[in-house]
Design a protein around this ligand. Structure first.
Ligand code: SRM
Ligand code: SF4
Length: 522
């Protein structure tokens, strides 16, 4: 860390506890924590430092911890899925898992005394939770159909893995990057549809060809920086005016994360994300520093990027570039899984596919490599009734953050409410196109309401003199080609009054028609 970051600014309380003891230090104390129990732990270790190991104390369910994995490009094997299922299974009705909006998974209900054992289990199957929370780099997202999609420009899988390995020291933990000013999000897209929401990441790589009429175009990426959602501010990433070849991506990530680490603002935690540094420095100064550390001058951005499709949701059965093979996109309502579901998905991937499972940022699952000849039997699987390949047009695009069931920041319950509301709306309305509805329990925006057709952000509202759960409604988020963020269009709707409001929005703005049965019963 430089002089500027430490000495000329007043440190906030998070910077103080990090300076006293690095987050990663608890890696060597986990056996001790398991023995003494969470009640006897130091408060900063319990509430904060454990997150450097991907272990989250949940004040809503004290003693039942959450573990957040790292799954580069959202990919895991059926063996790994079974290992995760075994962990969740131990906790009976308290055990569950959630696919996240970063192509990742979180496990719930975990006792601290079991964590050393769970880490051993993860180690054996090549899984890590390291540095997945707090002031670290989050799960790195890549194209969910990388290597399967006949129309892709670049298979992002290896690059995403290399970036993770560099930043996390091959999943063992990397003290070089364990004290960032704040979280940091990285995404790479190699397809035509911006399947990772590149623009809402602190650093993202977008396919673009370098060259002019006289040269053969070379494939690489345009780089954008500074995207963020936070309670204080939401911004799409801005161009760094840099184009890099795939071989330069890992070094560029390293250099940019180092600059953020060394110069990112640390006085006010609300203003510590990369965009605030870009404001202070201006993009030119930032680009110069990137070039200086990169060790050579960087090419300016290619004139045009290659995002030219609407974003796909990958739910359904699709042909792969490998002749005779298909990938199946299963809709997992609000991303929630239980142990039996996880075992079942692992089995499906083994029996019908190649044992591979992928997650999407829409909290759904992809099972690749299913031969044409197996599809008919695949369709008869019981679990497809719950995790459909052809769900309703609202259900297929529904996304929800954790909400009040487990998250202490939440202002409202989200997942169960979202499911109930979509069910009722689908029973009342006939849709002719998917409508992407995203729920988020508070302004932190983990459920990304600003990228949705209809975004619902939890808030508290006053109704009949009483405080109750409500939402602010966002609209106009577009994804894929020409992505831009939606904005707040209606404030403070009590959740109990929300359904007719959504119904009207769906009719007026998205061409929904009222079902005849619903008209009769009204
Ligand atoms: Fe998030 C904090 C859940 C994606 C912005 N987020 C939290 C915590 C850790 C708060 C806490 O300790 O309780 C939540 C854990 C609740 C729980 O028990 O699950 C939480 N965030 C999630 C997940 C699980 C939502 C989901 O249901 O999918 C997502 C996990 C992704 C992962 O695998 O790593 C998740 N969070 C996001 C995203 C979306 C994204 O990355 O595309 C955002 C907005 C994008 C961004 O970060 O710029 C997001 N989360 C936040 C913020 C606001 C950040 C800020 O700069 O202020 C917080 C609060 C904070 O960090 O102080 C937060
Ligand atoms: Fe929790 Fe708020 Fe994030 Fe939802 S948006 S998971 S309520 S912090």
């Amino acid at each position: 860390m430089t002089e500027t970051a430490t000495t000329t600014e007043k440190l906030n309380k998070f910077e103080k506890f990090k300076a006293e003891k690095d987050g990663l230090a608890v890696k060597n104390e986990i056996e001790n924590f398991a023995q003494i129990g969470w009640e006897a732990m130091d408060e900063d270790d319990l509430n904060h430092r454990l997150k450097w190991l991907g272990v989250f104390f949940r004040p809503v369910t004290p003693g039942k911890f959450m573990m957040r994995m790292r799954l580069p490009n959202g990919i895991l094997t059926s063996n790994q899925m079974s290992a995760l299922a075994e962990v969740v299974q131990r906790y009976g009705e308290n055990g569950s898992a959630d696919i996240t909006t970063r192509q990742n998974i979180q496990l719930r209900g975990i006792n601290i005394e079991d964590i050393p054992d769970i880490f051993n289990k993860f180690h054996k199957v090549g899984l890590t939770t390291i540095q997945s929370g707090m002031d670290n780099i989050r799960n790195i997202t890549g194209d969910p159909v990388a290597g399967l999609d006949a129309d892709e420009f670049y298979d992002t899988r290896e690059l995403v893995q290399q970036i993770q390995d560099m930043l996390t020291n091959n999943g063992e933990g990397n003290p070089e990057f364990s004290n960032l000013p704040r979280k940091f999000n990285i995404a790479i897209t190699g397809g035509r549809d911006n399947s990772v929401h590149a623009e809402i990441n602190d650093l993202a790589f977008i396919p673009a060809f370098w060259g002019n009429k006289d040269q053969l175009p070379i494939f690489g990426f345009n780089v954008i920086v500074g995207g963020l959602f936070s309670a204080k501010r939401c911004e799409a990433a801005i161009p760094l005016n840099v184009w890099v070849s795939p071989a330069e991506v890992v070094l560029l990530c390293k250099v940019i994360v180092e600059i953020f680490r060394d110069h990112g603002l640390r006085a006010n935690r609300q203003k510590a994300r990369l965009m605030w540094l870009l404001d202070e420095w201006g993009i030119e100064k930032f680009r110069n520093e990137v070039e200086k550390r990169f060790g050579k001058s960087l090419l300016p951005a290619a004139a045009k990027d290659e995002i030219d499709w609407e974003k796909r949701d990958h739910v359904g059965i699709y042909k792969q570039k490998q002749p005779g093979f298909n990938y199946a996109g299963l809709n997992i309502p609000v991303g929630r899984l239980y142990a039996d579901d996880m075992f079942e998905i692992a089995r499906l991937a083994e029996v019908y596919g190649s044992g591979e499972i992928r997650f999407t940022v829409e909290q759904n699952i992809i099972i690749p490599n299913i031969p044409d000849s197996s599809l008919t039997t695949f369709f008869t699987e019981e679990i497809l009734k719950r995790f459909a390949v052809n769900p309703g047009l609202l259900m297929r695009s529904l996304v929800s953050c954790t909400g009040a069931q487990f998250c202490n920041f939440a202002l409202i319950e989200t997942k169960n409410r979202a499911l109930a509301m979509i069910k009722s709306l689908e029973s009342e309305l006939i849709l002719s196109r998917p409508v992407r509805i995203h729920w988020t329990g508070c302004p932190n925006s983990c459920g990304q309401p600003q990228v949705a057709d209809i975004g619902l952000m939890g808030t508290k509202v006053r109704k009949n003199g009483k405080m109750t759960e409500g939402v602010d409604i966002y609209m106009g988020g577009t994804v894929g080609k020409d992505a831009h963020l939606g904005t707040c269009v209606q404030k403070s709707i009590p959740c109990e009054d929300l359904q007719p409001v959504l119904r009207e929005i769906l009719i007026q703005n998205f061409g929904a028609k009222v079902r005849e049965e619903a008209l009769i019963s009204h």
